[in-house]
Design a protein around this ligand. Sequence first.
Ligand code: AMP
Ligand code: GLY
Length: 404
Amino acid sequence: MKALVIGSGGREHALAWKLKNSPSVKALYAMPGNPGIGQVAACHAVKDYVQFAEANSIDLTVVGPEVPLVAGVVDRFRERGLAIVGPTAENAALEGSKVHSKRFMEKLGVPTARFRAVSSAGEATAALAEFRYPVVLKTDGLAAGKGVIIAQNRAEADAAIAALPCPLVMEEFLEGEEVSFIVLCDGKRAVPLEPSQDHKRVFDGDEGPNTGGMGAYSDSRLMDEAMRGRVLDTIINPVVQATGFTGFLYAGLMMTPNGPSVLEFNVRMGDPETQPLMMRLKSDWGEVLMASARGALSMDRLEWTDEPATCVVMASGGYPGTFETGKKIAGLDSVSGAVVFHAGTRREGGDIVTAGGRVLGVTARGADLKASIDAAYAAVAQIHFDGAHYRKDIGYRGMRRYNS
Ligand code: AMP
Ligand code: GLY
């Protein structure tokens, strides 16, 4: 088949890299792609996706980011009879509107933090009385990871209400371990991917502001079979049945003492969770994705290596605040034992230079989690650019947990 990947980040590089290694994929395109994706796919500037797919006889399109999904790219492909992996615009609202998502979970009885939806700052201030601190405030629409504030006291809550555009969701703070539980759906059934864990804060020890994700690992021990079944029964399957969901459904879970609770739904794969997941996947990805697009997922599980994988994100100094770009990246060719997924890079003459907040996702497998972490950091040590920042503790939570 001829496959097209929509998007330009590390997640899309990992999706394209896996498709490239897929026996069923004969030609691979990306729109717009990036220099890393350009090593495995023919990259084209963004124009009309449908027109491009028709003109190039694309058999299967996979959408990486949420923005085109919320804008209805899947609906437009389907109107033309083109196979595409992703949800309709209507179902993409599970991510596109937190108010909708929370109300929907409430209606279906899916476990999630107690909440109030408010439409004005005045209403929000009044509703604070219903919550203890810390309280979590979330703006309704897509906010690229910047729409959530955890307020520790009244002053922080007032500042959050002033900073976040209404409508808002206000919800109780949950404690526990966060797990990214992603499934692939075909409208009727959901096939789970392996569990993974993201590291959202910018500094070691989960300090500093939230980012898009500073690293992730996937290890099958993150969730046992019984818990995976419970998540499918109480969270995933009710949503898939009620919505006829197609594409990737990502449940951001908090593993609380009372069981798994949904922090958020995303309607796409996670970034950077996709990077370690693709390094663990053994199934023919093109075939699996085509089955999803055709409404014909027939398997209960995908094939994975037992080896864990870890992705360390190398970011521009200053991210998620302001940062400079255009820094020359050295050492990319000397990396071995890891795959370097490009997130924010561009070509400048003969060089690859930085072009975004998250620049690279250095990803490796290992016989155990520790070995995968060590392999990823050994590769990180080979790569240099001015101001590079990365966390030194990606995966260590998992290691402490499994070793204690
Ligand atoms: P969200 O975009 O809704 O996943 O929120 C971003 C991050 O904020 C999550 O990954 C959590 O780390 C944190 N968060 C969101 N909601 C809650 C909650 N109810 N309790 C504790 N932490 C939360
Ligand atoms: N890594 C979190 C996300 O993709 O939303």
